[in-house]
Design a protein. Structure first.
Length: 275
């Protein structure tokens, strides 16, 4: 992991700051492992109870999250911390680049979507291989900033990006049309993977969406049959709703190439493909 102990964490002091520093160096850790790390690396005199209490407060503040009983930095908080964000994202890539599987947790569709735009789409792709997005529903474009909109335009302009959506509801079509306008090649169909899947270079991300999330998304898309039914406020509220989304990222050239080949087959003869 990339060492981040020298980074000053503004507004966080004492045991909390030490916990954050420890989890920047090594993650995920149990509360006991964090306590041991503080004693070993920071000569901390904080008791286990004090560490446990501070960690609980950091979870409530959105700085940390608990995954399978272990603590790690919340990606949502990472995105707000400038240099720390860039270095942590680099460490995520480094971990994945070592052919390990990286599992990230997100607290909402907006948080997950911003990770896709700001980070995963920028993963290393030195051979400029085609990229693939295969999803059951095209996620609503809500909460996307102008900067992120421009980022997507730049990314889609550099490399061929395919977007395959399994459904063709009004909202699916509207999102696909939007993505087409900024450079993606959009198509309605379905790849072999049942999970929402994204491919950048040799990296494959598969999303595990809660059943309640998928049900609410299906209902929302089914109810929006035309522009007059479009309620952007409801879409935004849904995108910000607290649902735990898990993204599993692996570096797997064979799988990435297989998904890429399947996607390209769907576009054979389609006018949307640009030579």
């Amino acid at each position: 992991m990339v060492g981040l102990t020298s980074i000053a964490i503004s507004g966080v002091k004492g045991t909390k700051a030490q916990i954050i520093h420890a989890l920047c160096e090594e993650w995920p850790l149990t509360a006991k492992q964090v306590h041991n790390a503080l004693k070993r690396r920071h000569s901390s005199a904080s008791s286990y109870q004090a560490v446990h209490k501070a960690a609980k407060q950091l979870i409530e503040e959105g700085v940390l999250q608990k995954v399978d009983g272990k603590l790690q930095i919340s990606y949502g908080w990472v995105r707000k911390t400038g240099e720390l964000s860039r270095r942590l994202e680099s460490s995520f890539r480094e971990k994945t680049g070592n052919s390990e599987i990286s599992t990230l947790k997100f607290n909402s569709l907006v948080e997950y979507g911003k990770f896709l735009i700001d980070s995963f789409l920028c993963y290393p792709n030195p051979e400029n291989k085609d990229c693939v997005c295969s999803w059951n529903h095209a996620y609503p474009i809500t909460g996307v900033s102008q900067e992120e909109h421009e980022t997507m335009k730049l990314i889609f302009g550099k490399t061929t990006h395919y977007s395959i959506c399994a459904n063709r509801t009004f909202l699916d079509n509207m999102t696909q049309e939007y993505l087409s306008k900024i450079g993606k090649r959009a198509f309605t169909g379905k790849l072999s993977s049942k999970l929402d899947t994204f491919v950048t270079g040799d990296y494959v991300l598969q999303a595990f969406l809660p059943a309640e999330f998928e049900k609410e998304l299906d209902e929302l898309y089914a109810k929006t049959k035309s522009e007059k039914d479009l309620d952007m406020q409801k879409l935004f509220e849904f995108a910000c709703k607290n649902y735990e989304i898990t993204a599993v990222i692996s570096k797997n050239q064979k799988l990435a190439d297989k998904l890429r080949a399947e996607a390209k087959e769907l576009f054979v003869g389609q006018k949307v493909v640009r030579k």
